[in-house]
Every structure is written in C-alpha cells, then in structure tokens.
Design a protein around this ligand. Structure first.
Ligand SMILES: [Zn+2]
Length: 340
C-alpha cells in the first residue's frame, strides 16, 4: 500500500473520492498534546501524542479551508435537523482526559474561540486507571526479554519491542476480559517498569472544573475503567457506561450527553454496546472506525466514525486521503455510512 498510496497522494488522485465519500463533515480523534514528540518511544503509544504545533496547524488548515469547527451538540443538531449546509464541519474530540489537553490544547482553541470535546474516563480522573498501554511500553523499553507462561518474547531491538507490543496488546484487549487483565496484572508483577517514558498525567479536578465552566468545551464520558466493552458481560458493560455518566453529572453538575467507546473498533464496540449507550440516555457516541460523517448518520448516532490525527508523515498523508473519503472508501469496501 505504501508506494501506491504515495503515488495516489502525490498525483492527488484521492481527490476524486470527495463528491461520493467526503461526507458532510468529520469527527477527529485525539488523545494527548505535548510540546515535543520524543524519539525513544514505541509507535503505538507514541502515536497517541501530537505536538501543540501540529494541533494548531490542523486547526488553521480547517479555518483556511472554510470548514465550520463545531461542537458535538451542534453536530447532533445538524444531523437531526437534516439542514443542507454549504460548509463542511469538523469536530475535535480528545479521549481519556489527560492533563496535557488542558495545558496545550485548551489555549489553542481558546485563542481561536473554537469548541472542542474531551471524553473523560472516571478512573483516570480518580487516579485509579491502569493505563496498560503505557505500562506495556515502559516494560518493553526497560527489558530485553519478556517471559510469562507460554509467552517468550525477545525484546532487544526496537523492531522486536514494536512487535511484542502488538502481541501483548492483543493478549490484553482482544481476549476474554478476565484472561486479558489477569495476564496484564501478572506481567506487571513480574516486570515492574524501571521508568515512565510517556510522562502522562490525568487532568486534575480543578482543571476539569475550569473546562466545565467554559462554553467552548464539551465534556463527554468514556467509561469508568477503559475496558473493552464487548469483552464484558452485559451487566458490567452497562455499569461502565451508566456509572461514567452518573459520575460526571454529579461532579460537573450538568447533563453528560456524549460518549466515546474505549478503543472503539469493531472488536470492542458493536450493536450491543450501541444499544447500551442509547438506553443510558446519551445523544451521540463515537467509535474509531475510520470514515466521514454523512447525513444518514442521523440514524446511526451511536456509531459515529472518526478520523485519527497522528503526527507521522504517513499518517499526515492518510489524513488528507481520509478527508476526501478515498481512504475510508478503500478501508470500508466502498461503504459510505460506516457503522458496524
Ligand atoms: Zn480511550
């Protein structure tokens, strides 16, 4: 795909998809915003971070290209009212609730007087989240060999560490819940991290209160413990969704109406999870299926796709190819309204 995609990108062939697959707007997925990207990191977790410079560049791109940068409420309004609007929209959403959203992202949106949203994980704000994606990165960067039960991974080189990360990620979130987390706990017990490479911090409640008082900011829910919902029993999955809403409504003293699924791919959120979120009383929910928003998403408000914003040359190219709809059409076998 890489040589072909470079050709498609450089010759601007991807633009042909725009009328059919460009949609009426886009929702962007972000996680962390940092001052500078670090070299000594593993791809999967480092890609959760972009620099404040790239965020501002992206905001300016949408301003200069005549997009409306809108809130989740406004997107919901546009979808449900089915108005025909000449301008496309874009919604910036951040998952999890990291402190750097407050430090680096908030000032950029404030300066431009533009809205954005953060989906909050309860356990993160309460300093109780087991952030396995950073723990796994830390131990792989610390150790040259990982053995546990039948698992035996040599992790000397960067490439071995990257492959091991994918393998361990799979074992934690793509297996039955109890098995995955028991494995993760055993791994952490045997291999205590020697250092925190990612420097992540949860947003404080004081910072959250400041954002809560600002009309530009939408705070949404992102479960209690950031588990893969599809791997939980119905009662547990329902609790994760409902409790994250109740907790935030109590803390922030306002209705919490927007939700995003942890991980958010088809393996982690499907028809059952969409129904739970709908029944819990949210008005929209976002996945990480890579696609654009169409008017027909009016009937799929609990399965809204998003486009990831990742700061690598390849992903920057993919981002432009996604806005036009070319990459989503390729990934979703020419389906326009991506839900399941
Ligand atoms: Zn998340």
């Amino acid at each position: 795909m890489s040589l072909l995609s470079a050709l498609i990108y450089n010759l601007r062939i991807y633009k042909v998809a725009k009328p059919l697959y460009g949609g009426i707007g886009h929702v962007l997925t972000l996680h962390r915003v940092v001052q500078q990207l670090e070299e000594n990191r593993l791809t999967w977790s480092r890609n959760l971070e972009i620099t404040a410079g790239y965020l501002e560049e992206t905001v300016n791109y949408f301003i200069n290209n005549n997009y409306d940068i809108i809130s989740l409420d406004e997107m919901h309004h546009r979808l449900t009212e089915q108005k025909t609007l000449a301008k496309k929209f874009v919604v910036f959403t951040f998952d999890d609730g990291y402190e750097d959203n407050f430090i680096w992202a908030y000032p950029i949106f404030k300066k431009h007087n533009l809205p954005f949203a953060i989906y909050i994980t309860k356990a993160l704000i309460e300093n109780q989240l087991k952030c396995w994606w950073y723990d796994v990165e830390d131990i792989l960067l610390c150790y040259n060999n990982i053995t546990l039960g039948e698992l035996n991974l040599e992790t000397k080189t960067k490439k071995q560490k990257e492959l091991a990360y994918l393998k361990i990620r799979h074992l934690i979130i793509h297996t039955p819940f109890e098995t995955g987390y028991a494995f993760y706990n055993a791994l952490m017990a045997k291999y205590p991290p020697c250092k925190s490479y990612s420097n992540w911090k949860p947003m404080s409640k004081d910072q959250l209160a400041i954002l809560n008082d600002d009309a530009l900011v939408t705070l949404g829910a992102h479960t209690v413990n950031h588990f893969s919902l599809s791997k939980l029993q119905l009662a547990e999955a329902t609790f994760e969704v409902l409790e994250s809403k109740t907790y935030l409504e109590h803390l922030l003293q306002k209705p919490i109406e927007h939700f995003s699924y942890p991980y958010g791919s088809a393996d982690e959120a499907g028809a059952r999870e969409f129904e739970i979120v709908k029944e819990t009383g949210f008005i929209t929910a976002t996945t990480t299926r890579r696609a654009n928003i169409f008017k027909d998403h009016k009937n799929n408000l609990y399965a809204l796709p998003r486009l990831p914003l990742i700061e690598t040359p390849k992903e920057k190219m993919f981002f432009k190819m996604s806005l036009s709809g070319f990459l989503p059409a390729y990934l979703n076998t020419c389906k326009r309204v991506v839900t399941l």
